[in-house]
Design a protein around this ligand. Structure first.
Ligand code: DO4
Ligand code: MG
Length: 295
């Protein structure tokens, strides 16, 4: 499911099929589609199949469309240290390169029953596909974190899968884990999209290939890949901790943690272009910018 802005500046919901055909949907947004399906005792996929049978695809392709965030997630939350790679990277940044002998907070959380879950973004801070993610002016070590995002409803049902970029400052978090909110949340520090893959169409959500590419002046300076089979925890486990004694809203996105970390000497730069690809969901592309008015 995608959303785009038409020539009248209106938001339009559409479906992109596996054959790369795009059909406009009658609902105004993703949650309306989910709610209408529920009210009719059908699934979103059934409603979409009816549209596909009774209409013609658009002539335009995905590249022609001015894409919007596929769901206006009221809140984006994120899980951390859910892959071994992330644990190793966190230990490196916290130890400033020296080998730690004792068990760290990161080792503990990787093995603990309770996962790390933190507040990542609000809809106003979240950037659309092809939009600009910003660098923080008080950090010299910044990376994208390519993550699978769970789109959930208020009772924690996974209704879709999307792609998220949990932009992060390794030096700020490495200095002190209590700085986590500053290492994770600032203007344009999160991006979601380009599509939502309906949960009912995914055979095995623990088998998504994820690839991240970073381009500088159109030259590829980083590429890394992983698969969600390497995830330490289950999605239901992460969602259940997010919901504990909490109020969660329809369309919330829970990022499931990063499994790809660029080399330790790498930091993002102004005008870098980031691509995060998850097979069957698409490519989330963003350009990196220094903020214009930094204080
Ligand atoms: O502890 C920091 C957060 C780690 C994180 O965001 C991740 O593993 O993806
Ligand atoms: Mg992360």
């Amino acid at each position: 499911i995608i959303r785009y802005k038409n020539e009248l500046n209106e938001s339009v919901l559409a479906v992109l099929t596996v054959e790369n055909k795009i059909y406009v949907l009658p609902q105004s947004d993703f949650l309306s589609l989910v709610r209408e399906a529920e009210n009719k005792g059908k699934t979103p996929l059934l409603l979409i199949e009816e549209v596909i049978e009774n209409s013609l695809p658009m002539k335009l392709t995905l590249n022609d469309l001015d894409l919007l965030i596929p769901v206006d997630a009221p809140e984006v939350w994120a899980a951390g240290v859910t892959y071994e790679n992330s644990k190793l990277a966190r230990n490196y940044e916290a130890s400033q390169g020296y080998e730690e002998k004792e068990e760290t907070f990161y080792d503990k959380v990787y093995n603990a029953a309770r996962p790390e879950i933190f507040f990542k973004s609000t809809s106003a801070r979240t950037v659309a596909p092809r939009g600009e993610v910003y660098l923080r002016s008080d950090s010299n070590w910044q990376i994208p974190e390519p993550e699978l995002g769970l789109v959930i409803n208020k009772v924690g049902k996974i209704i879709g899968y999307t792609i998220g970029n949990d932009m992060s400052c390794r030096d700020i978090e490495g200095e002190n884990p209590l700085y986590l909110p500053q290492a994770k949340v600032w203007k344009n520090s999160c991006s979601i999209g380009p599509s939502i893959r309906l949960a009912e169409t995914v055979e095995d959500p623990y088998n998504f290939d994820i690839t991240c590419r970073i381009f500088r002046k159109e030259e590829k300076v980083f590429e890394g890949s992983a698969n969600t089979e390497q995830l330490k925890r289950s999605y239901t486990e992460l969602v259940s901790y997010l919901l504990k004694d909490n109020e969660i809203f329809d369309g919330t996105v829970l990022l499931t943690g990063t499994c790809i970390v660029p080399p330790n000497e790498f930091t993002l730069d102004h005008n870098d272009r980031i691509e995060i690809e998850i097979e069957g969901i698409g490519i989330l592309e963003n350009t990196v910018k220094k903020q214009i008015s930094q204080t």
